[in-house]
Design a protein around this ligand. Structure first.
Ligand SMILES: [Zn+2]
Ligand SMILES: [Zn+2]
Ligand SMILES: [Zn+2]
Ligand SMILES: [Zn+2]
Ligand SMILES: [Zn+2]
Length: 410
């Protein structure tokens, strides 16, 4: 803004850009945050783990969307996305924190249905790492089955049994190029394993298996690990931990290619060493023994898997499968995710904007947040200041702006 009208903005222009920013904030936090879901009981909903309350009470807890904004906005929250069968802990003895949306919440007891896995401590996956959206390069997937992992999230590389994800090839040397155990996962008994065995024999660190992407043209596309299914090609996945708990059933289900897109073996150094032991102990029936190795595997389900699970349920004569599907009905039709009512208000003084913006501060989402944050800091003052200009359609000049900031300093 300067006295030169060419580079000044009118209050009207400023208000338009303000509205655009507020729209952005609403898109990140689109719901009306005025109802705690506690009274709805155990439902499938968006849950936020509160690490501040954990520190204070030494008890794991999860709170609903509204409570994350209204009651725990200045706490350290971890977004867990959806969990099934979960009831908000805000205001109960778990958080020991009065819920501002429920009166007398201090008398409310936490639900016995709630199950707390490591996610409620802010850690995820088999490798138990915290999630940092600004640093995380790999794709993370939530297990849709969840009865062993409680709907945990997994790194794609951990699903494959790799130690770490590394598509950054800035400090590799040429020797690394031969190291790609994922090339032939479709034929897990052959090349990929031979490669891994070689590495084991060479005493190579098993962690040094990076995916090489030698094609610079691919830089823009989302990197998917070699041997990992394309993210668009499947709907969801079931982790090896949940599968191992129902192994005979999933060994049958994985053969149904109406339901299953593919399976991914978790080939670790440990499973290869075990395999070598078996081969050593009986070289005569090597081929036979090779087939007996059971790798842990994860299943990737097709987009229409619910429909086809339902068809399987209705038509199968296999009583084992039938009763399995009966006890896991969410495979046939998943429970809808509870959504709080949409925030319909267009009023830029509405609670959703201000509270949402505050809550966003505690939820690392994206770079856009930084903008919203910075903007929030001066929004109210600037709005007051610009009101008279907007009224008269007057142009905001340099002196006006200087005056405004001097006033703020005072
Ligand atoms: Zn709540
Ligand atoms: Zn809290
Ligand atoms: Zn609350
Ligand atoms: Zn992991
Ligand atoms: Zn699982």
């Amino acid at each position: 803004m300067s006295q030169d009208t060419q580079s000044s903005i009118t209050a009207q222009e400023y208000i338009s850009s303000q509205n655009a920013l507020e729209k952005q904030a609403r898109e990140l936090m689109p719901y009306d945050p005025n109802t705690c879901t506690y009274s709805m009981g155990s439902i499938r909903q968006q849950i936020y783990a509160c690490l501040t309350c954990l520190e204070k009470t030494n008890q794991l807890s999860g709170v609903c969307y509204s409570c994350s904004i209204q009651c725990h906005h200045d706490h350290n929250l971890i977004e867990l996305f959806t969990k099934r069968n979960f009831n908000c802990d805000c205001g109960t003895t778990r958080t020991q924190f009065p819920c501002s949306l429920r009166s007398n919440s201090k008398d409310d007891l936490p639900s016995n249905d709630n199950i707390y896995n490591q996610n409620y401590k802010g850690i995820f996956c088999d490798c138990s790492k915290p999630y940092n959206p600004l640093e995380e390069k790999s794709n993370m997937l939530q297990c849709i089955f969840g009865d062993q992992c409680n709907e945990d999230w997994y790194h794609d590389y951990c699903i494959m049994g790799l130690d770490h994800y590394d598509v950054d090839d800035t400090n590799h040397d040429d020797n690394d190029k031969s190291v790609n155990k994922l090339d032939s996962l479709g034929e897990p008994e052959q090349d990929a394993q031979t490669q891994l065995e070689k590495n084991l024999q060479n005493n190579d660190s098993i962690g040094d298996k990076r995916k090489q992407d030698d094609n610079p043209d691919d830089q823009d596309s989302e990197p998917v690990l070699n041997g990992f299914p394309n993210l668009d090609d499947f709907d969801c996945f079931i982790c090896w931990k949940c599968i191992n708990h129902h192994k005979p059933i999933f060994d049958k289900i994985k053969l149904n290619n109406e339901i299953v897109l593919t399976t991914v073996d978790k080939i670790t150094s440990k499973s290869l060493i075990e395999r070598n032991e078996i081969i050593k102990s009986n070289t005569n029936s090597l081929l036979h023994k090779k087939r007996k190795i059971d790798y842990d595997y994860s299943i990737f389900l097709k987009h229409n898997h619910e429909e086809n699970f339902t068809y399987l349920y209705n038509t199968t004569t296999d009583q084992e499968i039938k009763s399995f599907l009966q006890t896991h009905p969410h495979l046939l039709k998943d429970e809808p995710i509870y959504e709080p009512p949409q925030d319909e208000s267009d009023d830029d003084n509405s609670s959703i904007y201000d509270l949402g913006a505050r809550a966003i501060n505690n939820l690392p989402r994206d770079k856009a947040i930084e903008g919203v944050q910075a903007y929030q800091n001066i929004k109210d003052k600037l709005k007051e200041f610009l009101k008279p200009f907007a009224k008269d359609g007057k142009i905001v000049g340099e002196e006006d702006v200087k005056g405004f900031f001097e006033n703020i300093k005072k």
